[in-house]
Design a protein around this ligand. Structure first.
Ligand code: UGA
Length: 438
């Protein structure tokens, strides 16, 4: 049975939630305070870059299942039986999650509510937030407002696929009526349900991202060790990943994780732990390893090119991962300023991402412009285009010693070397042994 749903926030999570629920047949209104965004979406244009989203946007609007609104007409009118909160929780300067947008929305909904509804929290909020919001706002409302913690596990670039083919749906609620409504909402998705209390659901979200981050920092430590001892991280990852208890995913070594989720969520979890009097030692190391890992290309380029101020360096990739234009917490944001500060002329090429991380570095529209005369090229993002490069032509374009630092271990090392380029990577076997501590 179609349900009436309101999704507050048309950022990444909100928009994907809205279009996917509309595709499942629900009657969805997506709300955002940003009128320009709402106008753009209402005209059928997506405000985010995500494969498949434009199609779901058009089909949702054509079927009448999907509409957009600003809160101008009053929250009371906008509240549905299921009202999903999907606004941003960016990182505050102290590392905590900034909940100000969540509080504004929840208090507005609670104040305006004149009939019962279920509030579904999809924003990533720290453990204890659900209890605090209920106590402060929802319990004060004149009608019953149920609360469900329903975290998302969507990857950028694969969000639509992840929505419909999720490994699990987590429903944290204290009352059966709210859970029953949520089961109805997700009736067409074939995935196991994890039904639990609110605090446990909130913890599942942070623990999932922290565990995946831990896998990445772990394999990066092993890769650095491989560099020190001359072992090969590709073989090691394959060899350990075949053990089903370990699993193959998230064992790709490189210059570490970025994006809007892992860096923010690991730091927020560390903050929550500290606030609760617990020192989460392992998590602190995961964060430290990641902060250090992204400096690897700078360390090695500086070591190989002491006269950096006379050199040009090409940065290949700005986005935190391929198939997105998102540069948030991309390693490029640390690498580029450091190289520029050393006096290097830095030229950046990315097929999609356009945000410039630093003044003084130039973004070029053509990869060959970036490579021309460069003494080193750092692969920050594993775009397919970089894997398919004509390495002979790269060698001719670059200046000596023509270093290719493969920060994502994504290139064919033999092909790069065969063209006469100097290949460096993270823990891949070769003539270069550059353990970070060496
Ligand atoms: C991540 C999670 O994968 C989603 O499940 C979660 O819902 C989302 O955060 C979120 O909390 O909203 P996302 O940030 O889109 O999704 O990116 P991932 O594909 O997970 O990659 C994160 C970073 O880890 C990227 O910088 C990627 O390059 C890096 N990574 C990933 C590695 O360095 N090695 C790997 O083996 C895998």
């Amino acid at each position: 049975m179609p349900l009436r749903v309101t999704v507050v926030g048309t950022g990444y999570v909100g928009l994907v939630t809205g279009v996917c629920l509309a595709h499942s047949g629900h009657l969805v209104t997506c709300v955002d305070i940003d009128r320009d965004k709402v106008d753009m979406l209402a005209s059928g244009t997506s405000t985010i870059y995500e494969p498949g989203i434009e199609e779901l946007l058009s089909s949702g609007m054509a079927s009448g299942n999907l509409t957009f609104a600003t809160p101008e007409k009053g929250w009371g009118e906008l509240i549905s039986d299921i009202t999903v909160v999907a606004v941003g929780t960016p990182m505050a300067p102290n590392g905590a999650a900034d909940l100000s947008a969540v509080r504004v929305v929840v208090s507005s909904l609670a104040e305006a509510a004149d009939r019962p509804f279920t509030l579904v929290m999809k924003s990533t909020v720290p453990m204890g937030t659900g209890a605090a919001l209920r106590h402060r706002y929802l319990d004060e409302a004149v009608v019953r407002i149920g609360y469900v913690s329903n975290p998302e596990f969507l990857r950028e670039g694969k969000a639509i696929e992840d929505w419909f083919k999720t490994d699990r749906i987590v429903l944290g609620a204290d009352e059966e009526a709210d859970r029953a409504l949520m089961r109805e909402l997700y009736a067409d998705i074939d995935a196991p349900l994890v039904e639990t209390d609110v605090a446990s659901a909130e913890t599942i979200k942070y623990a999932s991202n922290a565990f995946l981050s831990t896998k990445i920092s772990f394999i990066n430590e092993i890769a650095n060790l491989c560099d020190c001892i001359g072992a090969d991280i590709d073989a090691v990852s394959r060899g350990i990943g075949m053990d089903k208890r370990i699993g193959r995913d998230f064992l790709k070594a490189g210059i570490g994780y970025g994006g809007s989720c892992f860096p923010k969520d690991t730091r927020a979890l560390d903050f929550i732990a500290t606030l609760n009097g617990y020192q989460f030692t392992l998590l602190k190391s995961v964060i430290e390893v990641n902060n250090r890992q992204r400096l690897l290309p700078v360390v090695h380029v500086m070591r190989a090119l002491p006269d950096l101020h006379e050199r040009s360096i090409a940065i290949l990739g700005l986005a935190f991962k391929p198939d997105t234009d998102d540069v948030r917490e991309s390693p490029a944001l640390d690498i580029v300023p450091l190289l520029a500060e050393q006096g290097a002329a830095v030229r950046i090429y990315d097929p999609i991402a356009s945000e410039l991380p630093v003044a003084g570095a130039a973004r070029v529209a053509d990869i060959w412009q970036a490579l021309q005369g460069a003494s080193a090229a750092v692969v920050v993002t594993e775009w397919q285009e970089f894997r398919e490069l004509d390495w002979e032509r790269v060698r001719q374009a670059m200046a000596g010693p023509a270093i290719i630092f493969d920060g994502r271990n994504c290139l064919d090392a033999d092909a790069v070397r065969a063209a006469g380029l100097t290949y460096m990577a993270v823990g891949r076997k070769g003539e270069h042994r550059f353990g970070m501590n060496a």
